[in-house]
Design a protein around this ligand. Structure first.
Ligand code: ADP
Length: 154
């Protein structure tokens, strides 16, 4: 018997959850895309954030819904605006690794006031990162619900 209270056990369980247990598949678009193409992909794939990759599949940018809305407010032809001029670019992208703790990601999302992070891995013998997943506020909400459900079964 450990002498730990239920609340201590739950806290430990929460702190141990890793990103890969709740992450989703990332949606990426090439750097050569236009704003118009990015908007189409966002609707078709039903995501709120797109990750932009270069020809080596390395992460170079992030675009959110509001980035695309902002770009759509002008009079410019959306097919004429390259995605890489409106994206948030490296080194300003906040990312995480699949073994990181979900609780740390939750803190970062609150602190930075963003919806999600790309989950990355270091590219083999190379500079840069490959995108292997996506972790958003929705994934964290799922983790929250699952924790409550586990407690009810026990
Ligand atoms: P929205 O802009 O649709 O409310 P977010 O709050 O996620 O969505 O994004 C706010 C701003 O932060 C956008 O300009 C977006 O490009 C940027 N952003 C989103 N995710 C990240 C991230 N992981 N790292 C750095 N910047 C990000």
């Amino acid at each position: 018997y450990t002498g730990k209270t239920g609340s201590q056990l739950l806290t430990e369980k929460i702190k141990k959850i890793q990103v890969h247990e709740f992450s989703s598949i990332p949606v990426v678009v090439p750097e050569s895309s236009t704003v118009y193409e990015a908007i189409c992909t966002m609707f078709l794939e039903d995501v709120g954030t797109l990750f932009i990759v270069n020809k080596n599949s390395h992460l170079v940018g992030v675009v959110s819904r509001k980035d695309l809305l902002r770009a759509s407010m002008g009079k410019q032809e959306l097919n004429a605006i390259p995605i890489n001029i409106i994206m948030t670019r490296m080194p300003n992208i906040t990312y995480c690794f699949k073994e990181d703790h979900l609780l740390d990601v939750a803190h970062i999302l609150i602190q930075k006031q963003i919806d999600g992070l790309p989950v990355v891995k270091k590219a083999p013998n190379d500079e840069g990162y490959e995108v292997v997943g996506r972790i958003t506020k929705t994934n964290i909400t799922k983790a929250f619900v699952e924790l409550a459900r586990d407690e009810m079964i026990i």
